[in-house]
Each structure stands twice: as C-alpha cells, then as structure tokens.
Write a protein that binds this ligand. Sequence first.
Ligand SMILES: [Mn+2]
Length: 341
Amino acid sequence: MTNEEKRKQVVDLFDPDNSVATNAGIFGLPFGFDESEIMLYPVPWEATVSFRSGTASGPIHIYEASSQIDLFDHHFGEVWKKGIYWFDAHISEILRLNNNIRPIAQQYITAIEQGINVAQDILDHLNNTCHELKEMVKNVCASFLADNRKVGIVGGDHSTPQGYLEALSDKHGEFGILQIDAHADLREAYEGFTYSHASIFHNILAYNEKLNLVQVGVRDYSAGERKRIEESENITTFFDADLQAERFEGKTWQQQCHAIINALPQKVYVSFDIDGLTPDCCPETGTPVPGGLSFVQAGYLLNALKEHKKEIIGFDLSETGAAQWDGIVSSRLLYKLCGLL
Ligand SMILES: [Mn+2]
C-alpha cells in the first residue's frame, strides 16, 4: 500500500465530529508518520532569548491546546484530511541542548548589559551550539522535503526556522517570505549571537540572495534595521502604524492584503511570529509590543493568500509563550497554516 492509500484508509475510518481518542496525535488526529502529508516539527528552543523566557515550552502548550479545536476550519475546511503528524522525535534532545546553554547565555547577556567583557570562548561555545541546532533542523527538514512532505516548524524562538529556510533555499532557490512580526528581525548578530531570534532574516537573506522578504505588522525596530529596509530592494515592509493609519483614513484591509500579496512572488513561505498579533493573542510571548494584527485580520490575510493561488512551500509559527491561552490561540493559527500548505 502506498502512503496515500494508507492515508485514505485512516481518513475513511475517522469521524471528525466525534470526541478525541486518548492516544490521538496533534489536533486529536489518528495519523501516523507514513500517512501524513504534513510534518510539524516542534523546536523547543530559546537559547538566545533576550527578555522574557518561556517560548521553549510553546510547542507543548500548542500541542495540549490542539485537541480542543473543531476540525472544520472556516477558511480552509477539512484541513485534517491531509494527514498531520507531530514529529517530536528530537524534542528531548533539543530541550537538553537548550537547557545546557540557556544559563550560560543568560549570564553572558547579563554581563554584556552591564558592560562587562566576556571571554570569547564562552560566546564561541554558545554560537557553536546554536549552529548545531540549526544544522539539525536543516537536515531533518531537508529529508522531509526530499520525501515530498510539507513541513511546518513550531518554535521556540524565531531563530528556530533558520535551518529550514536554508533547506528550502537549497531546494527552491527563489521564493518569497511573508513575515508577520512585531519586529524586523534584521539585526546583524544581536548581542553577539550569530543565530539570534532578532537576526533570522538578516541571516537568511545572506544565505540566499534571491529571497524576497515581505514584512507585515512591524512596529519595533532599530535605526539600523530601518536603514536596511529602506536600502534593500528585496525587502518590503508594511509597518503596523502605516497600515493602521491608512485604515483610519478609509483604506480597507482587503486592499492592504492585495498590496501585501502583490509584493510576493508565486512561491511563498509564511514566517509567523505570534507577536505580530495584538498582545491579547499572545500575552506570554517573549517580547510583546502594543498594536498588531487581530486574529481575524491574520485569518483573512492567510485566506487571501489561498484565494490568490500562491504556492505555499512551508511555514513556521514562532515565539508562542508558556501559557494555556497562548497555546489556544497558536494552535488555531497552526491549523490554518496547515490548511494553507
Ligand atoms: Mn520575530
């Protein structure tokens, strides 16, 4: 039997209107590895987080909340039929790595904030461990892509999809990234960390010069990042304050979504930092900022991507905080992102 035939068999036997089986997987679904078209890869990682911690347990809060959602999505319908698998085989190894270097990173951050010099070998050790994590994510994602699976990374902080974006770059070359985020994440080696959550798009644009980055909801950024945005032809930023001002003056979200989508090429990766949403959707995220997209605006934008028939080649959902409510919002967004794939 092919994997597709196996999937069909599981779909036929499953009643989505019934309550969840106790041994069920993500979203209460019965699919195994073989039967799943979509691989969700949780990366509980926050080694270089600068402000509030907790996002390393984002995946577990998302997983726990996921069984409560109804399986018919208003925009994307019966998403579950694609087969969705929570590939958590590396979750304890990643957590072990994270827990090993997190205290060292915290001491390092505290020291540099106080202007104390830190031995270069400590920083090297931290950067090497982050590199190890990135390579691990890259190898796992590359093997899924080679197997024609679709992949979503579930962070962890926003550095976690770096390896995945490299694997996609190797496979596709040219594509666009739709980044929904309160921050620009274009810093060069924030606080000395090569693979900082604040540097992910600086890093991936250096890795793949054919990328097109479209940012939405940005409202907290440095002067250097502003300059970078203004000078780069392959970065288009829809700042949150500008989007909201245009709407105060009569533009509609529909028109704005069209402008956002028109800035993207045909192949699109969605990088969803949960702090792009209003803070009531993500109160425990690491660096919440007032303003942002409402949950329904985000759903409308994702649906508009579908209606414009963009080819969605992958996604990440990052920075979910350690709380039940944050898990509830993110798991619902995760289901929509699976629908978009
Ligand atoms: Mn971010």
